[in-house]
Structures are given as structure tokens and as C-alpha cells.
Ligand binder design. Structure first.
Ligand code: KG4
Ligand code: ZN
Length: 338
């Protein structure tokens, strides 16, 4: 079965062709980062417009890279939740156009579930049950996964997502957008013990997360207690690399410990990571170390499958299409998870 996947949930216009739910024959991602960078974050109106301009070209490229025509497809899978509503609608409408033109079944996919199963493209289906941590710009969620489509939420962020904290900490340090990759790079030359940021454990037994206090702590450390944002200027004694490394270490400490706590509590011996923040070098190294020490199996997708892409959407959609499901042309988009 050959499935076209489409994702326009945020600021990447993505399309991919996936064979039998596990082999990417193409995986095209058109990033809009440059368009949003000067605003310091994703501007929904600009994202929608860019998706509209790019979507046809991106789908054509995904088909040509895979060497297939529309007639060679067996179905279409598109992210229809959660995300920026206007952005999602561009992908959903493009998917409907393809499904109508080529008379194909169409299924809507949950973007967060797609992050959970992105690793299938590299290492095959992880044996269930397993604990999954999705850490992205919009989500920080721990799941107990019983099988395809059967995700039980164990915990989530009560405020900012981990990626959002990276982006805001980066802005506080004057490092620009998107923050994750640049903090990752700066932190490599910094001392993670330089600034003792308090770890937001919440209740120590809780599997929920909170990152907004940490982001504010970075702002105050970098620009002073009454800092109101970038206008305040960096304090001269601040070493940006040390602050980046210390902030990153605090986030990673919490993510690693709570994820392993989830595994321990559920008695599950396997952990799967997904989402843009799972591309972080320090997070990857610490998870390898901690999972090894705890005797827990770790599935870590390659970086390009951690960040947004449409191949992971096709993976999840393929299973539903293979089971004969078809959401049809009435498929709608939703900004939230449900
Ligand atoms: O999964 P993703 O591409 O999009 C969403 O679904 O949100 O995640 C984007 C987020 C951004 O906040 C970005 O700063 C973060 O992932 N990110 C990283 C790294 N690469 C991307 N965070 C930390 N370290 C990285 N290397
Ligand atoms: Zn994502």
C-alpha cells in the first residue's frame, strides 16, 4: 500500500510517500523558518499564506521524488488536528483535492500520534506497550501506548511546551528563532552547572510538566529581575553559552526523570521519543545514559524524523487505510487534540 501523507499543522509545509506503512519513498519538508524569524515566532496568517503558496509544489515534489503518479497511490493521510486552524485547513483541502481527483480514500491523522510513531520509519513497529514522550513546540506529553491508535495520556505540560520554553529562553538570550537548535549549539560550549535553575518537578510524584517558570528565570537571570523582555538588554556579566547550557540541563533533567518514572510506574520496559525537542543533542545523550542505567529499551528517531514531517503522518494513516477506513470529503480540521 502506497500512501501520500500531508502535514501543514504549523510552519512546515510537508508531503511524503510511504510504502506499506513503514518505508518513506520520499519526505519533503518546506520550512518557513525564515519568514517567521524576524517576528520571533510563528505568525499564523503568514503560515497559512506560505502553505497555500507551497502546498501544490511540495506534493508534486513528494510524488516525483518517490517516482509515482497519482494513479500509483492507494490512499491519502493528512494531519487534521491539533494545530493552527488556518494552516491545517490548507493541508486538509489539498488532501481532499488529491483524493477527489484520484478517487482515493482519505483519513485524518492526529499530529501528536504521528510524532509517537515517527520512529517506525527507521526501526520498525515498537513492541507495545511502551511509554512515549512527545516533546515539540506545541506539546509535552507522556503516553502509555497500548498499540496503534490506543494512547493513554499519563501526563502533560500545565503551561508551556518544552519547545516553546526553548524558543522563549532563546529570545530572552537574544539568540533568535527557532530557539531549540541555537540553544543546542550554544550549550555545547557552556557549563551546565553555571546557573542553578530550579527544576520544575511540580509534585514529585506527578507526571505533568511545567516550563513557564524556567523560561522566566532565564529572562530575569539574563536581563535582571524587572526585565520586561528584549528591550532590557543583557546584563554584561552574562555568559550566554553557560545560561543556555544550564537552562537546557534543567529541561532535560525533568524530561528524563519523569519519563523513566512513567516507565517504572507502568512496569513498561520500553521508551519511545518523538517531536522536535527530541532532536536535542543533550537530551539524546542523557536519555541513552539513563535508559541504559535503568535497563529500559530506548527508541530514538533520527533528528529529521523528530521535527515535523509528513512521512510520520502517512505511517499512522496507512494503518487506518489498510483497515479499510475512509473519512471521506467531509473531513474537518480541529485546532485541539480531540
Ligand atoms: O515537532 P516540531 O518540529 O513542531 C511541533 O509540532 O511543534 O517541534 C518544533 C520545536 C521548536 O520549539 C524547536 O525550537 C524545537 O522543536 N527544537 C529543538 C531542537 N530542534 C528543534 N529543541 C531543542 N533542541 C533542538 N536541537
Ligand atoms: Zn510537530
Amino acid at each position: 500500500m502506497r500512501v501520500l501523507g500531508i502535514d501543514t499543522s504549523c510552519d512546515e509545509t510537508a508531503a511524503a510517500v510511504v510504502l506499506d506503512g513503514r518505508t518513506a519513498q520520499s519526505n519533503v519538508v518546506a520550512s518557513q523558518v525564515e519568514l517567521h524569524a524576524r517576528f520571533g515566532g510563528v505568525v499564523p496568517e503568514i503560515a497559512c499564506r506560505a502553505h497555500t503558496e507551497n502546498i501544490t509544489r511540495v506534493i508534486e515534489r513528494a510524488l516525483s521524488d518517490a517516482g509515482v503518479a497519482l494513479s500509483g497511490l492507494d490512499g491519502v493521510a493528512v494531519t487534521n488536528r491539533p494545530g493552527l486552524i488556518g494552516a491545517l485547513l490548507v493541508g486538509v483541502n489539498a488532501a481532499k483535492a488529491v483524493a477527489l481527483a484520484a478517487d482515493l480514500p482519505l483519513v485524518g491523522v492526529n499530529h501528536v500520534e504521528a510524532h509517537v510513531f515517527a520512529s517506525v520509519l527507521e526501526s520498525g513497529e515498537p513492541e507495545a506497550p511502551f511509554v512515549a514522550l512527545v516533546v515539540s513546540g506545541g506539546h509535552t506529553t507522556l503516553f502509555l501506548v497500548h498499540g496503534p491508535g490506543r494512547l493513554e495520556e499519563l501526563g502533560r505540560t500545565v503551561d508551556d511546551a518544552a519547545g516553546e520554553a526553548f524558543d522563549k529562553a532563546s529570545a530572552a538570550l537574544g539568540l533568535g528563532y527557532p530557539g531549540g537548535p541555537v540553544i543546542d549549539r550554544m550549550a555545547a560550549d557552556g557549563d551546565p552547572r553555571a546557573v542553578a535553575f530550579r527544576r520544575p518537578w511540580l509534585d514529585p510524584a506527578s507526571l505533568d510538566f511545567s516550563f513557564s517558570g524556567l523560561k522566566t528565570a532565564v529572562l530575569y537571570h539574563a536581563r535582571g529581575q524587572d526585565a520586561r523582555g528584549r528591550a532590557s538588554g543583557l546584563r554584561p556579566e552574562v555568559d550566554v553559552r553557560d545560561v543556555a547550557a544550564s537552562f537546557q540541563e534543567a529541561v532535560v533533567d525533568v524530561l528524563v526523570r519523569k519519563t523513566l518514572l512513567a516507565a517504572e510506574r507502568t512496569g513498561v520496559r520500553r521508551v519511545v521519543l518523538g517531536g522536535g525537542v527530541a532532536a536535542n543533542s543533550r537530551l539524546r545523550a542523557r536519555f541513552v545514559e539513563a535508559a541504559g542505567a535503568a535497563g529500559v529499551g530506548l527508541v530514538l528517531p533520527p533528528r529529521a524524523l523528530c521535527t515535523d514531517n509528513a512521512a510520520m503522518v502517512a505511517v499512522v494513516g496507512s494503518r487506518r487505510l489498510a483497515a479499510g477506513e475512509d473519512d471521506g470529503l467531509g473531513l474537518d480540521a480541529y485546532s485541539r487534540m480531540a
